[in-house]
Design a protein around this ligand. Sequence first.
Ligand SMILES: Cc1cc2nc3c(=O)[nH]c(=O)nc-3n(C[C@H](O)[C@H](O)[C@H](O)COP(=O)(O)OP(=O)(O)OC[C@H]3O[C@@H](n4cnc5c(N)ncnc54)[C@H](O)[C@@H]3O)c2cc1C
Ligand code: FES
Length: 264
Amino acid sequence: MKKQKFNINVSDAVILSVKETDGGYFRMKLAAPVIARTAKPGQFISLKVNASGMPLIRRPMGIFSAGKGCVEILFKAAGKGTEILSKKKKGEIISVLGPLGNGFTVREGLRHAVLVAGGYGVSPVAFLYRELKRRKINTTVIIGAKNKKLLYKEGFKSPKITTEDGSRGFKGLVTGQLDKACAGLSCGTSAVYACGPVPMLKAVAQVSEKHGIECQVSMESMMACGIGVCLSCVCSVKEGMGTGYKRICADGPVFDSREIVWRT
Ligand SMILES: Cc1cc2nc3c(=O)[nH]c(=O)nc-3n(C[C@H](O)[C@H](O)[C@H](O)COP(=O)(O)OP(=O)(O)OC[C@H]3O[C@@H](n4cnc5c(N)ncnc54)[C@H](O)[C@@H]3O)c2cc1C
Ligand code: FES
């Protein structure tokens, strides 16, 4: 049997700041030099939000930025764990596992990238955006939200905004803007990168595939171990003539959209 390698880089990080920001999000900056040095856009970290009690299981968070010894995350207080996280103070210590997962792939010869973000998907997409800019790759950013109050767009230059109720930008879903952005792009030198709710990812995959453009999706699921051991995070993938499973935490979270068996 093939021996599995598990990524278990755990460190104690000092919280440098926690700020409430646009869209009802919190931005937390951590001193985490090893993660800052090694993290790739699309990877994530897993945080022990309460050192001595519930919740016992770590909470996964995409990496918003990494560099100069620091890592930033962007999150919503969605439940018990993230509520605790939002109340942390500067100077507190938090146990961090990571960087985890594979991250986005930027292949040689890529000339144009279309980035699509929904919800907290804006966090890993912002990290990727800065990396693509650094590599001087033309980038179109499309951000979707239900309404303007839930929107986070800081750090992107002229993103295309879509809101379902039309309160900001284009009224409708991200796919309308994606369809326009893909028209006229050359398949061989373009790619779509997406992170957000699974129904959005499925729709983004369909539009990209219609245009023959490679699409990488960052999948989400509930996670327990975060390092590939417990199998609580699997998604269905195509395997030969049939289907199989892959672990979102260790084999992903980023997958080629054509690999996924969409269930929603
Ligand atoms: C790879 C990965 C990266 C993530 N990155 C971010 C991020 O950058 N910012 C951010 O705000 N959130 C992110 N999440 C989601 C975040 O981990 C969950 O919101 C968090 O675990 C909820 O914990 P909680 O204790 O606050 O909520 P709980 O009390 O456990 O649950 C509250 C609600 O959140 C839902 N929920 C719990 N876990 C998830 C999950 N993994 N995905 C979707 N819904 C969930 C529950 O169904 C419930 O409705 C990420 C998740 C994954 C798997
Ligand atoms: S969360 Fe345990 S295998 Fe993915």
